[in-house]
Design a protein around this ligand. Structure first.
Ligand code: PLP
Length: 393
């Protein structure tokens, strides 16, 4: 039985050739491919600066540092996200809180954010940074979030790990029109890949310079940034405490090659979505909504099981799919439910009713460019067949 994963990279011969070229060249890292990839992403999303790093987790960490997040600060994000969206704040010694989601987009609810800000203002606990997550590749309503950022004086990092290739109000996600920094992930399950990798985009040159330095130990070779006169042409200075978060040239070459096919990849994902929308409309599940202000890059296709209509709960449907070789997943276990966060903060589940409702019914079914209609029919059939009725061969 052929297994169908929930997500899969899409590598072609031009990608392989690009990587081979680097392997045969003089630089495996710190060569010309990383700046080429950064320039290509800048042009694609229309941002002034792009800094490539070795993961989106590193990108989030550096973005938090660059915005001055530290002890005593609060950072808010969506609970329906990967743990990296909030761990980045903890790395900086800050405290984390969550804003409940919207029942339609599954993104951070702007109304809940506004309410929480009003309350936090009264308690003098306003966040320094808010990290909206573009869940499944669909942008949050950034214009509204940016207006709140102005009113309540916080900074914004867009976690666009799912969303490269997506748009908001007809402009590409990553242009930072409504945020200070946007971050992308190039993990193989995401839209385009570099094996592992991430990127920060920003229009602020000071933030860009700082992230650029921090990804490589906090070292500068720019005489203008140095505090002393250079001893000679070999001279460099460490002026911050940074990390080795660099992307290498093998990864960046793959990124440059993949980026050229990004729009095709997103279109292929929409074809998959359209077919699911058609075949699943009467099976007793809620289909993902496409908001009118965004075009999703469709990292995920999430359904919500309607127990009464399917005569089975989410766990049952999940197991039916898994025994049929369809490697579905759940995105995500709300971060506040994670034992680490429970132990540290003791969050109350009842403070996040929409996230709880979503989590109790959701399944991410397979979506990736090379998924064909036959595979999608198999997903539909497996959902409706009680366990024991599968033909295993
Ligand atoms: C995948 C993901 C990350 C982390 O990405 P890495 O590149 O694996 O570090 C962060 N946030 C979200 C929402 C993600 O889905």
């Amino acid at each position: 039985m052929k297994q169908i994963p929930y997500g899969r990279h899409f590598i072609d011969q031009t990608d392989i050739d690009s990587v081979l070229e680097v392997l045969n060249s003089d630089f495996l890292t710190q060569g010309p491919q990383v700046p080429a990839f950064e320039k290509a992403v800048c042009e694609y999303v229309s941002a002034k600066h792009a800094i490539a790093v070795n993961s989106a987790t590193s990108a989030l960490h550096l973005a938090c540092i660059a915005l001055g997040v530290g002890k005593g600060d609060y950072v808010w994000t969506s609970p329906i996200s990967f743990v990296a969206s909030s761990n980045c704040a903890l790395y900086c010694g800050a405290d984390v809180d969550f804003v409940d989601i919207d029942s339609k987009s599954y993104n951070m609810s702007v109304d809940r954010l506004r309410e929480k800000l009003e309350k936090a203002k009264a308690e003098n606990k306003l966040p320094k940074v808010v990290i909206p997550v573009h869940f499944s590749g669909q942008s949050c309503d950034m214009e509204k979030i940016a207006a709140l950022a102005k009113e309540y004086n916080f900074r914004v990092i867009e976690d666009a790990s799912h969303a490269i290739g997506g748009s908001y109000l007809n402009e590409k996600v990553g242009n930072c029109k409504y945020s200070d920094v946007t971050i992308f992930s190039f993990h193989p399950v995401k839209i385009i890949t570099t094996g592992e990798g991430g990127m920060c985009t920003t229009n602020d040159s000071e933030i860009a310079n700082l992230i650029y330095r921090l990804r490589s130990h906090g070292i500068t070779r720019n005489p203008k940034e140095m505090t002393e006169q250079p001893d000679g042409p070999w001279y460099y200075q460490q002026i911050d405490l940074g990390f080795n978060y660099r992307m290498n040239d093998i990864q960046a070459a793959l990124g440059v090659s993949q980026l050229k096919r990004l729009d095709t990849i997103v279109e292929k994902r929409h074809k998959v979505r359209e077919y699911y929308d058609k075949i699943l409309k009467d099976v007793g599940v809620v289909l993902p909504e496409q908001m009118d202000y965004a075009k999703s890059s469709l990292h995920l296709y999430v359904i919500q099981v309607i127990e009464k209509e399917m005569n089975a709960d989410r766990k049952e449907i999940f197991e039916r799919l898994r025994v049929s070789g369809i490697l579905v997943n759940v995105h995500y276990i709300p971060i506040y439910r994670q034992p680490y966060y429970q132990k540290k903060y003791g969050f109350k589940y009842s403070d996040f009713p929409e996230a709880e409702k979503y989590y109790s019914n959701t399944i991410s079914i397979p979506i990736y460019p090379e998924l064909n209609q036959e595979d999608q029919d198999r997903v539909k059939d497996a959902m409706s067949k009680p366990i024991g009725h599968q033909v295993l061969f």
